[in-house]
Design a protein around this ligand. Structure first.
Ligand SMILES: [Zn+2]
Length: 179
């Protein structure tokens, strides 16, 4: 689906949690919503933003998009209805009804070990604090990975971790063999 066909499909408005993004039509799972845009900055650039440190979207090791609207207005939810693919494209991960707030689990993008936030999303599954992806429980991480809505640099880290684990087991196995 092209960006042009999504014009008017959502709007930035005030909701229960302050400014947010609200659907103006129905979205189905997998539908394109919008692309996050803005200048690229590094980690020091995010810290320099002070109270607005939560605006940038992490897209790589020490690489962030300093978000412009509408991306800057998307709120976090521990039970989100959207997710980020290809580091910057927001898609629906379940159906979204007109008027419903479009939300994202920030933790699927976070990995610099720095920023955290108390969460007030109010969902039964609320984790209380929004932290880096590595702190999500295994089941939740797996479900986001299966939806393919985890930033590439985080998936890359997990891949390296898996390889290191396999390598470690391999070494142990060969030691056992020698014994
Ligand atoms: Zn929450």
């Amino acid at each position: 689906m092209s960006e042009l066909t999504t014009a008017g499909s959502f709007e930035v408005d005030r909701g229960d949690l302050g400014w947010g993004i609200f659907a103006r039509r129905e979205f189905h799972r997998g539908d394109y919503i919008f692309t996050f845009t803005g200048p690229l900055i590094d980690f020091d650039g995010t810290v320099a933003k002070g109270e607005r440190e939560s605006d940038p979207l992490q897209i790589g090791e020490n690489l962030y998009i300093d978000l412009e609207e509408p991306g800057r207005s998307i709120n976090h939810s521990c039970a989100p209805n959207s997710g980020v693919i290809e580091n910057r494209i927001l898609i629906a991960i379940r159906s979204i009804q007109p008027g419903e707030e479009i939300s994202l689990d920030y933790s699927t993008t976070m990995g610099d070990g720095h920023w955290t936030m108390i969460c007030a999303c109010g969902n039964a599954s609320c984790r209380g604090v929004i932290r880096d992806f590595e702190y999500l429980d295994q089941e939740l991480r797996q479900s986001y990975l299966e939806l393919n809505v985890v930033q590439g640099y985080l998936r890359h880290r997990l891949g390296e971790q898996l390889q290191a684990d396999r390598h470690g087991r391999g070494e142990m196995a060969s030691k056992d063999f020698r014994r």
